[in-house]
Every structure is written in C-alpha cells, then in structure tokens.
Design a protein around this ligand. Structure first.
Ligand SMILES: [Zn+2]
Length: 166
C-alpha cells in the first residue's frame, strides 16, 4: 500500500505569496527582484486588516511586529533592521529560484513581459535601443526595464546576499 505523506508548506517552486508589513518596504522590493511575489501593506492599515487580508489570500506574513507575528501564525518575525539581513532570514527558509530573478516589477509586484526591442515603440534612450535586444514591460504599472548598469549592480547585490546566506 502506498502511503503518501503530503507536507503542507507555503513554498511552492519559489512562487510563495507573501505579505510584507509597512516597515519592510525595501525588503519587499528586493524580494520581488528575486522573483518572490510580495504584497506590501502601506502605513495606516490596522493589524486586524492585515490579518484579514493575509487570511483571505492565504499569504505568508513577513513582519517586524512581534504582536502581529504572535496573532497570525502563518508568519515570520523579521529580526533585523537591515535589508540584507532581512532577506537572508527569508531565503534561509524560502529558497530562491534563480530562474525567477527579474520576472517581477519591484514597484508593484506584477509580472514583467519580455518584449523584443523591435516590437517596443515606447520611449527609451537611443543607446538602450541599439545595445539591448529586449525590454521588460510591467504588466501592471507599465514601467519598462532593461538589463543596463543598474541591473548589473542589482545582480551583484543579490549575489552578495546569497554568498553570505549559507
Ligand atoms: Zn509595475
């Protein structure tokens, strides 16, 4: 007889759905850059509301608030004030998937669409058009990204965080 033990975990192929509280805005942006789906709750939303939103959408809460952490079990209390340390704490439990890096808009959490540069008729600097084969357009807010110098420095920061994470 085959017995299947199913572990119920929030992590599934790096597609975790997280909620970050208002003190974790910078961390939320960086986790999005690493492909994690992170909703961000802005200031002025009550604890009850945060918990209701998390329950409704089955979100794993990342919080700096001990009381909130104790009230909502599907959560992690983030210990550090510093975003490198915050990310390390998260990725120790929820392993990142490198294939998902840069697939999500850091500003609004929507997925990015890869658009060949020849098909993109929006405004971008001339040097971007001549150097890059494609751009990444946010399906939510419409912001356009490309893999320029900013991308390289983001990549280095992520590698730095990852190197020290183990
Ligand atoms: Zn966006």
């Amino acid at each position: 007889m085959l017995v299947i033990i199913r572990l119920v975990i929030v992590s599934e192929n790096g597609n975790e759905l997280f909620m970050a509280d208002s003190m974790l805005g910078k961390m939320a942006k960086w986790l999005r850059l690493m492909g994690y789906s992170v909703k961000y709750i802005s200031n002025g939303v009550s604890d009850d509301e945060v918990i209701n939103l998390c329950r409704r959408d089955n979100l794993f809460l990342l919080t700096r608030d001990k009381v909130l952490h104790e009230r909502y079990k599907n959560s992690m209390l983030i210990e550090s004030d510093e975003f490198h340390e915050q990310i390390k704490q998260v990725i120790r439990v929820f392993k990142p998937d490198e294939t998902k890096y840069f697939t999500r808009c850091p500003l609004c959490n929507s997925t990015l669409l890869t658009v060949p540069i020849s098909d993109y008729d929006g405004e971008i600097p001339v040097n971007v058009r001549s150097v890059h084969g494609e751009v990444y357009v946010c399906s939510g807010c419409g912001k356009v990204y490309w893999k320029g110098t900013h991308y390289i420095s983001i990549r280095k920061t992520i590698e730095n965080i990852m190197g020290k994470a183990t």
